[in-house]
Write a protein that binds this ligand. Structure first.
Ligand SMILES: [Zn+2]
Length: 131
């Protein structure tokens, strides 16, 4: 059986323990009382019925949202970076288009064929505790 290509969250999980302790969402963002996020992906391997994903404080991804391109190594984008940016600027709404950070290559990523073409439309709403 062919090995599944590693995604951004796989690579993240393997490296995070080396440089920092994993913090829970509440520990990292005590000022957030609620968050709602929708992410729609376009590109390779995206199935219609799962093209739009909804997240809230109870089902947030750890750090990355992975891309659906089966051939893409380290694919996805950091949703936490967006949240960190929003919190630092105290933003309530944020919309952006994120490109997949990964590339199509060999299963372990040593050989790079081309950049992944997948992209994500991200829409985040945050409610802060002081409001
Ligand atoms: Zn990708």
């Amino acid at each position: 059986m062919q090995k599944r290509v590693k995604k951004a969250s796989d690579v993240f999980r393997e490296t995070i323990f080396v440089y920092k302790n994993k913090m829970s969402f509440k520990e990292e963002f005590p000022q957030i009382s609620s968050i709602d996020m929708s992410v729609s992906e376009s590109g390779r391997g995206v199935k219609d019925w799962e093209a739009i994903k909804k997240y809230n404080i109870s089902n947030l991804p750890e750090e990355y949202i992975d891309c659906s391109n089966r051939l893409c190594y380290n694919g996805g984008f950091s949703i936490k970076e967006i949240i960190r940016k929003m919190v630092s600027e105290h933003l309530i709404n944020y919309k952006s288009t994120e490109l997949c950070q990964g590339y199509e290559g060999s299963p372990n990523g040593q050989i790079r064929y081309r950049d992944c073409i997948n992209g994500f439309h991200v829409n985040v709403k945050i409610t802060y505790n002081d409001e």
